[in-house]
Write a protein that binds this ligand. Structure first.
Ligand SMILES: [Zn+2]
Length: 343
C-alpha cells in the first residue's frame, strides 16, 4: 500500500505518532502510525457493545495502552488520537449522540479519553473516517469534493469537501442510506420507513435472496448458506453468483441500481468530482456495483454533469477507517491548534 499525504493540510504538522481507532459495531481496529503513516503497532478486538458504554470505553483505553506498549512508545509522546464511531456524533464536543449498533448513547468520549491520556482526541463518524482515509491515502486523493457511499450491513455515506469532512453545525451528516425511496416501504433501522437502506443494504438484499432460495431458485446459495440471513454474507453472494445463481445476481443488481438512482440525485445537488464506492457489498462485487451505478448516473444526472465526475472503488479496505481517523485528528490539530487539555 502506497500511503500518500492528503492535499496540503498536513504539511506543517509537527512530527509525532498518531493513533487511528475504528470502533465498529462488531470489532475494534486500532493502529499507531508514525508521521508518515507507517504502522508502528496494530490491535484488533471484539467490540462487545452490549456490555455497555463504560465497559466499552475501558476496552478502547486498554487497546490504546497496548498499542503504545507494543511500540515501546510512552503515551505522552502520542501527538493525538482520532476515533471513528458507528453512529451520529457531535463532532465539536466529541460526544457520541447515539450508536444503535453499540447500544450506547450520550457518551462524552473525547473528554474521557483526553483526561485519561493527556493528548488531544478527535471523534468523527466511522463512515466519514473511512472516506477521509481514502482522501488522505487512497482512491479519493486530490479530489475537491469526494462523496462516499458504503453499502454493507447498512448503507453509510460521507463527504469530504475541500479537505474537510462535511458536517452539520454540530453533528455528522450525509446519511445517504436514510434517503426515502418508498414512502410506504419497509421499516428502517433508523425508526423511519422506506429508506434506501431498508431496500438496498446487504440485509435487505439477503432477505429477498433468502426467499428466492426458499423457493428453490438459488441452488448454489442454499448449499453454502441455507436460508438463514446471518449466513448470507457479501462473500457468499459473490460465490453464488460466480457459481451461476442468476436470481442472486438479479436481486443484487436491482439493489445496486436503486443505489445508483439515489446517487444521481446527490450528484445533481453536490456535483462531487469523485464518487467512492466501498463497503462489504462493493468489496465482494465491485464489477456489478460499478457497472450498475455508472449506468444509472450516466442516464439520470443532468446532461451537463455526466463528464464531470469519476466513480471509483475504495482502495484501502479496513485500513481506510484507521488512516482516516488518525488523519482527521492531525487535520483538526493543524487547522485549529491543539485542543485545550484538562490541567
Ligand atoms: Zn432509515
Amino acid at each position: 500500500m502506497n500511503l500518500r499525504e492528503g492535499a496540503g493540510s498536513m504539511a506543517n504538522d509537527a512530527a509525532g505518532s498518531w493513533i487511528g481507532f475504528d470502533l465498529g459495531g462488531t470489532k475494534m481496529h486500532a493502529v499507531l502510525f508514525d508521521g508518515q503513516y507507517q504502522v508502528l503497532a496494530r490491535r484488533r478486538k471484539k467490540t462487545r457493545g452490549h456490555e455497555g458504554a463504560d465497559a466499552g470505553v475501558e476496552r478502547i483505553c486498554g487497546i490504546i495502552e497496548k498499542l503504545c506498549d507494543e511500540a515501546k512508545l510512552p503515551l505522552k509522546s502520542v501527538a493525538g488520537i482520532g476515533i471513528g464511531i458507528p453512529g451520529p456524533i457531535d463532532m465539536e464536543a466529541g460526544r457520541i449522540l447515539g450508536a444503535p449498533n453499540l447500544g450506547w448513547s450520550d457518551v462524552p468520549l473525547k473528554a474521557i479519553l483526553e483526561k485519561r491520556f493527556g493528548c488531544p482526541v478527535a471523534v468523527c463518524n466511522d463512515v466519514d473516517a473511512g472516506l477521509f482515509g481514502e482522501y488522505t491515502a487512497g482512491a479519493a486523493a486530490g479530489s475537491r469534493t469526494a462523496l462516499g457511499v458504503f453499502p454493507g450491513t447498512g448503507i453509510g455515506g460521507g463527504m469530504v469537501y475541500e479537505g474537510r469532512i462535511y458536517r452539520g453545525k454540530h453533528a455528522s451528516c450525509l446519511e445517504i442510506g436514510h434517503t426515502v425511496v418508498d414512502p410506504n416501504g419497509p421499516p428502517c433501522g433508523c425508526g423511519r420507513r422506506g429508506c434506501l437502506e431498508a431496500v438496498a443494504s446487504r440485509l435487505a438484499i439477503s432477505a429477498e435472496i433468502a426467499k428466492a432460495a426458499y423457493r428453490g431458485q438459488a441452488k448454489h446459495l442454499i448449499r453454502v448458506a441455507g436460508t438463514d440471513l446471518a449466513n448470507i454474507r457479501s462473500g457468499t453472494l459473490a460465490e453464488a453468483i460466480a457459481a451461476g445463481d442468476e436470481i442472486v445476481e438479479e436481486i443484487v443488481r436491482i439493489g445496486a441500481r436503486r443505489l445508483g438512482i439515489v446517487l444521481a440525485g446527490y450528484v445533481n445537488v453536490l456535483l462531487p468530482d469523485c464518487i467512492i464506492l466501498g463497503g462489504g457489498l462493493v468489496e465482494a462485487l465491485p464489477g456489478i456495483y460499478l457497472d450498475e451505478i455508472q449506468n444509472e448516473l450516466k442516464n439520470r444526472v443532468m446532461p451537463a454533469y455526466t463528464e464531470q465526475f469519476e466513480v471509483k472503488v475504495a482502495e484501502l479496505g479496513d485500513n481506510a477507517g484507521v488512516i482516516g481517523a488518525a488523519a482527521w485528528a492531525r487535520h483538526q490539530l493543524s487547522s485549529t491548534g491543539p485542543t485545550t487539555l484538562p490541567a
